[in-house]
Ligand binder design. Structure first.
Ligand code: ATP
Ligand code: MG
Length: 263
């Protein structure tokens, strides 16, 4: 058997052809052209893959956390690609054509914003800051303006308007969810795609890889207790333990929610 063959999965929509292997996930076609299967990996990269490593259990944490967040956002009326989580590291999703944009929302200064603009880390940003980056590894995912997006034809002005406004709405919902987990949502990155009907759906993942999360129960603004990929990026602590702690907090919050059919 060729080494790239996926392991057999006992469910309809099992992986067939590998479409794309990214830094964090593998995306497979399934028998249904409208359904893809994402396999989440433990591989970790940072600084445009200059730093590489592995975080044991990360695939399971990110797949499970993302699945719960996509279900929660669907309940809040946010259209997204999530269909099911057939195993701890696998997510069935609606096949979309990903817009080559990373949509970032920031509630506090951190990361590249501080580096680029010379800002101190941890300053509150109100109203939140919305940024677009061109999803292009060769160029290092550069920041782009709406005019750059038009120049490069990365999305139509109406798509940019739609994903920008969705991202700010999602920010409100995610802040509420993460606060219930005793975590502050400092910033996060979203990806959107178009389905077969041309409808825009939230896609990709929402996890400690893509959100900066600071513990509300410990640390302070000048010395936050970090529970996200910055643990790996900057060697701030044990990423394995950090990711597991985020998963446990999410599971606790989800278990407290009334079951949709129990009313
Ligand atoms: N529903 C979907 N349909 C199609 N592609 C998807 C869907 N959800 C996520 N993807 C894509 O799956 C790919 C693999 O994810 P991964 O996070 O590993 O990528 P990555 O290494 O971060 O690379 P990239 O720079 O392409 O984002 C990404 O390009 C992502 O945009
Ligand atoms: Mg990614």
């Amino acid at each position: 058997m060729p080494s790239s063959s996926p392991s057999p999965s006992p469910f309809p929509g099992a992986p067939q052809e590998l479409l794309y292997e990214g830094k964090a996930k593998r995306v497979y076609r399934t028998a249904d052209p409208q359904v893809y299967l994402c396999q989440y990996k433990d591989d970790a990269t940072a600084f445009n893959a200059e730093k590489r490593g592995s975080i044991a259990g990360k695939g399971e944490v990110n797949c499970t956390v993302s699945s719960h967040l996509f279900r929660y956002l669907a309940q809040q009326g946010i259209p997204n690609h999530f269909l099911a989580q057939p195993s701890p590291t696998e997510m069935q999703v609606k096949a979309v054509t990903i817009l080559p944009l990373e949509v970032v929302v920031r509630n506090r200064t951190a990361g590249s914003l501080c580096k680029r603009l010379g800002l101190e880390r941890g300053l509150p940003i109100d109203p939140p800051l919305l940024e677009f980056y061109y999803k292009n590894d060769a160029l290092g995912d550069p920041l782009v303006t709406q005019d750059h997006i038009r120049l490069l034809k990365l999305a139509t002005p109406s798509q940019v308007e739609q994903v920008g406004s969705l991202a700010l709405t999602i920010n409100g919902h995610l802040q509420t969810f993460w606060r219930a987990c005793q975590l502050e949502l400092v910033d996060f990155k979203l990806e959107f795609g178009c389905d077969a009907e041309g409808e825009i759906l939230l896609a990709d993942e929402i996890s400690p890889d893509t959100c900066r999360l600071w513990d509300l129960a410990a640390g302070d603004d000048s010395a936050p207790r970090v529970l996200d990929k910055d643990l790996f990026r900057f060697d701030l602590g044990d990423p394995v333990a950090g990711y597991q702690e985020v998963l446990q907090r999410v599971l606790q919050v989800v278990e407290q929610q009334p079951h949709p059919n129990s009313a």
